[in-house]
Design a protein around this ligand. Sequence first.
Ligand code: ZN
Length: 132
Amino acid sequence: MDSAGRYSQVTNTAGSSASSSNLTTPPRKKKKRLQKYRVEWEKEQAWLESVHNNSYEAHCTVCRRTFSVAHGGQWDVKQHASSNGHIRNMRDNRTRGTLDQFVLHQATPEADVVYKKNIFLMLCGNVMNMSI
Ligand SMILES: [Zn+2]
């Protein structure tokens, strides 16, 4: 009974806090508390880099862009990660990488075939020369 009551309390408070933050508007202006860049975010986002002279900004190595994290903190990072520009840049980087690999893998057997063909023609020519 006790544990059940506690459980419902927890779910109630979680539900009410989530809905109240969405529905109620603050009566007074809240003091703006600026968020600072945190190095631990880099564990989740490999492209993230700190900005040397500004701890309220983060740098994206994929977009080569600096964006502010002062208002949303990690939320700003996630917003940037889900932004169209960033997703496109990530995809471009990846396709560029795989294309290079593709071309390399394709080129090798083809070059091999051409090489063998040349040897074959050379041998044929030699045989024909010899037979003549
Ligand atoms: Zn980016």
